[in-house]
Design a protein around this ligand. Structure first.
Ligand SMILES: [Zn+2]
Length: 258
């Protein structure tokens, strides 16, 4: 059984995901320090109590997630669910690693890159072969469907591939070729996609006003699920860790309908 030093893994991950380039809403990297050597990692979308309990059952030494803890604007006191979660982790000496925006943005392993693979979207690349992104923190990716289809057909495809029925606003017969997307809760970036004349915008969540914006601008809006669109970056990262260090990495999907 291979073992890796927490510090080595932590440095490797921080470098790979270039965390110093991001100003984020929560700390990226090792959020809670546990045992010094790691043989088994559990990955998941969010460090919820359910994920912690699964990881404990599986004797994990570390948990690696997209949505970690200690978000800005939340009460920092360790009470309620925070106490319960932290207690579980400290009692079992488990390391918690979390990568938020750096994992959305990574050009190969990131949520946006991985979602494009799964949905057969070809990202637009610049002359240096980097994805063309824009909008808030350059989080919006842009590209083109490998085969143009109607909004309805695209919705059907997404349902099959993400295993979740998306909420689609727009004319079902509208032909979609160009698309902008950002996984998670990027519904406030919809106007950016409209400004650049994309046929459709895809994100995880939706707000009430997005519906009017979609209808009045004839731009397709696809709400494919926050959790559903953010399951792939962390899995790609887990596979990369397993290949690099020869340790055991397992993804656990704690179902979340949002
Ligand atoms: Zn998210």
């Amino acid at each position: 059984m291979n073992l890796i030093d927490v510090k080595d893994l932590s440095n490797w991950l921080d470098n790979l995901l270039k965390i110093s380039m991001f100003e984020d809403y929560s700390p990226n990297g090792l959020q809670v320090e546990g045992k010094a050597k790691i043989a088994r990692i559990i990955t998941g979308v969010s460090a919820s109590e359910a994920l912690l309990k699964c990881a404990i059952k599986k004797c994990a030494d570390a948990i690696l997630v997209h949505h970690g803890w200690f978000w800005k604007n939340e009460n920092p006191c360790i009470k309620g669910i925070k106490k319960t979660r932290l207690n579980l982790v400290l009692k079992h000496d488990i390391n918690i690693f979390a990568y938020h925006l750096p994992l959305d943005a990574h050009p190969l392993l990131g949520n946006n890159a991985q979602l494009a693979n799964i949905l057969d979207i070809t990202p637009f690349l610049d002359e240096k072969n980097k994805p063309i992104t824009y909008g808030y923190k350059s989080l919006i990716w842009t590209g083109s469907l490998q085969k143009s289809k109607t909004l309805q057909e695209l919705g059907n495809d997404i349902e099959k591939r993400l295993n979740r029925s998306p909420l689609i606003i727009g004319k079902p017969e509208k032909i979609i070729q160009s698309i902008a997307w950002c996984t998670g809760a990027a519904q406030n970036m919809f106007q950016d996609a409209i400004n650049k004349n994309f046929d459709a915008f895809l994100t995880g969540e939706i707000s009430e006003h997005n519906v009017h914006l979609a209808r009045e601008t004839n731009t397709g809006f696809i709400s494919a699920g926050h959790h559903a669109t953010e399951r792939f970056g962390i899995q790609a990262l887990g596979t990369k860790i397993a290949q690099e260090f020869g340790i055991e990495v397992e993804f656990i999907d704690i179902d979340n309908p949002v």
